[in-house]
Structure formats: C-alpha cells, structure tokens
Design a protein around this ligand. Structure first.
Ligand SMILES: Cc1ncc(COP(=O)(O)O)c(C=O)c1O
Length: 389
C-alpha cells in the first residue's frame, strides 16, 4: 500500500531530534523557540476565570466574538480599520493560520515564493496544498540581512500566486524596512500576487518599527496577516493564532477552516481575549520589550565573548551567529555543542531547502527567548569553547 505522495518527502522535524539530544545530554536548550518563564499572572488568572465561566462546548468556527474584537483592537493601529466579525479568523496557533491561508489561495502547481532562511513549516505547508515552493535568499551585507528585490522579481513566473513574508523574521531577527515592504508591495500589485504576512513577532521589534505590509496603499485587499497569541503572552502551547484578511477572503478561509479544526479551544480564546484587553491598559508590552532587549544584549555579549560572530537581531526570538572560528561544518559542530559542551542551537542551513543549502551561512541560531538564568547557564558551558579553557 502506497502512502500519498504529499507526505513522502516529509522527514522527521529537526527540532524534535535536537530536543531529544538536548534532553539526553541535559543540555541548555537554546535550540527551540519557546519561552522558559511562566506566563504573566494576569494571563494565568484570565485562563482560570475563563475555564470557570466560559462555555465548554463548541463555539463559532470563526472565533469567539470577544477575541475577534480584542484582535481587531490590537491590530488596527498597525493595519488600519478592521471589521472584527468579518475580517478575522481565530486559528489553532499561527501554524494553522498559515496552513488555512495557503489552502485558501494555492491551487495545485501554483508557485509560492519563500524568502530564505525561512521558518520550517512554510515549505511543507505549501507542499500540503500541492503548491510549489520557490526560494529566494536574503543576503548578508555587513551586519545586516537585506532583501534584493531583483532576486524576487526574477523568481516571479506566470504561475506565481503568493509571496510569503515574515517580519520580524525567524531565524534572522530582521525587521523588514518600509522601503523593502514598498518594493514587495509594488511587485505584488504589478504581478497580481497575494501576500501572506507572518507577523507573529510583531510585538517584538526592538531596533526598528514593525510595519504591516497590509497598511501600505493597495495592499490590504491582497494580504492575509497572521499573528500568534502564543508569542505575545509566552504561551506557545495554548495554540491560539489569527488570520486577518478582507471579508470575502476571510469568508473563503473560514469555509476551509471549519473543516480542519472546526474552531480553536473556546475557553482559551476567552482567556486570550481578556489578556489582550488587559495588556492594552497595563505595562505588559513595554515589560516584554525590556525583557527581550536585556536577554538579547546578554546572549549577544556571551556569544561574542566566546568567539562566535553574532548578528544583532532587530526583533523576534533569535540570534544568528557565525561559527567560522570553530568549524566549517555547522551540523557536526551543532552536534558537538549539544553532546560535549551541553548547549543546543539550530544549524541555520536547516532553514534552507536542500536545493539551496549551499548558499546558507555557516552559522547557528540561538534562541534568546530564554531567561537570564538559562542564558547564564549556557554561558558557563560555552566558556569551554574559549582557546584557554
Ligand atoms: C515565523 C513563525 N511563524 C509561525 C510560528 C508558529 O506560531 P504558533 O506557535 O502560533 O503556531 C512560529 C513559531 O515559532 C514562527 O517562528
């Protein structure tokens, strides 16, 4: 009996393998991007309250009205006016929002442009829609990751349907500039492309302001903007995300969404709604920023001190650091790091397709969504890399 072709190219998730090795060797895990601190008290209290008072039965597939409104209030300052009931769909994390957005737009053999390095779900998710991923690499100029628009233009064919954008960006920490976004927007309009804009780290732009491409002229009608409550409140396991799109696109997207999860967990949606309402009026976002800037600066300094070549991220959860000083083979170095030094980090080439991996930098991705204690524990172990150690 043959399995379906679409699943035959899927290999085990490299994160699972690295996490297993990290557990086995009791390594400090700077590999996977999940926060290792408790969620804020007001969020935990909102959850307790929601599980006591909210419905435990089916809720509307598009999302509970209170959360739709809270997400609209959150995003209106960066996107413009949003019709909460008709333009937002609550999903099972941003991962499912990406999947349903692609399901809504991509026909078999349609091409989807992905900017590399890229979040690991994108390529498999395009393939799950029988679409064709097309890869365009970001360049490194000095300390900066930059987008060469001419490379994007050259990748567009009559089959191109979607460009999947991610800002702030995983793994690089790049925050796309107004000029870059205007360039992408102009190409999208010229070639009648859709943009799926993955903005899960929108609260975590430190060095430059986060700009939603949907806010640019002519773009709201061709953009699906995706977000994640998991990233906002450090509750990645709660699996609440959203997709924001014009009403007719949202209607189509909901048509598909209702046949996938039906809806995201009702009481958790209520808890996130309450948390967003409270965060709009307390200092939470500012505190989150301060926490991340401190962690980023600390981890950056540790990596630099030990001999890596870190690139200062402008946002997001991660720092990419060159390893030329230690090895020319990032995969065996990552293995050495986790098994012998006791620190897990992801090889950056795994964020490239096998066909383009040759252009990947010789670098590791370190998660900075980790407490100062965790970073200090990693620093202690990384000392062993110093020549005199
Ligand atoms: C760029 C990017 N998009 C989407 C996701 C998935 O978000 P969620 O946990 O809400 O599914 C992640 C998680 O790491 C991510 O880094």
């Amino acid at each position: 009996m043959q399995l379906a072709t679409r699943v035959q190219s899927f290999t085990p998730n490299p994160f699972t393998e690295l996490t297993m090795l990290a557990v086995q060797h009791q390594a400090v895990n700077l590999g996977q991007g999940f926060p290792d601190w408790a969620p804020p008290d007001f969020v935990l209290e909102a959850a307790q309250q929601a599980f006591k008072t909210a419905s435990h039965q089916y809720s509307p597939p598009r999302g509970v009205p209170r959360l739709l409104q809270a997400v609209a209030d959150l995003l209106e300052p960066q996107i413009g006016s949003i019709d909460a009931l008709n333009e937002i769909t609550i999903t099972v994390g941003a991962t499912q929002a990406l999947h349903v957005a692609l399901q809504t737009l991509v026909n078999p053999l349609d091409e989807v442009i992905l900017l590399e390095p890229k979040f690991d779900s994108y390529s498999p998710q395009v393939k799950l829609c029988d679409g064709v991923p097309v890869f365009v690499q970001l360049d490194i100029e000095g300390e900066q990751w930059v987008l060469n628009l001419e490379k994007v233009r050259a990748a567009i064919t009559p089959h191109t349907k979607v460009l999947l954008l991610n800002t702030p960006h995983n793994p690089t920490g790049k925050v796309f500039t107004q000029t870059e976004l205007e360039g992408i927007a102009a190409l999208a309009i010229e070639h009648d492309l859709w943009i799926i804009s993955d903005e899960v780290y929108d609260r975590l732009a430190f060095a430059a302001p986060h700009i939603s491409i949907a806010s640019l002229p002519g773009m709201s009608e061709r953009t699906i903007t995706i977000g994640s409550a998991g990233k906002i409140f450090s509750v990645t396991g709660w699996r609440i995300g959203w997709a924001v799109a014009p009403a007719h696109i949202s209607a189509a997207l909901r048509g598909a969404h209702q046949w996938m999860p039906f809806h995201a967990t009702g009481p958790v949606q209520e808890a996130i709604a309450s948390s967003l309402e409270q965060a709009a009026n307390n200092q939470y976002y500012q505190q989150l920023h301060e926490r991340f800037i401190q962690q980023r600066n600390t981890l950056y300094a540790v990596l630099e001190d030990v001999g890596f070549t870190p690139l200062m991220p402008e946002g997001g959860y991660f720092i990419v650091a060159g390893i030329d000083q230690f090895s020319s083979d990032v995969h065996s170095f990552a293995k050495h790091l986790v098994t012998k030094i006791g620190v897990a980090a992801m090889p950056v080439p795994i964020f490239y397709d096998p066909s383009t991996r040759g252009s990947a930098p010789n670098a590791l991705r370190f998660a900075m969504c980790k407490s100062l204690e965790t970073i200090a524990a990693a620093a202690n172990r990384l000392e062993q890399l110093k020549p005199h150690a």
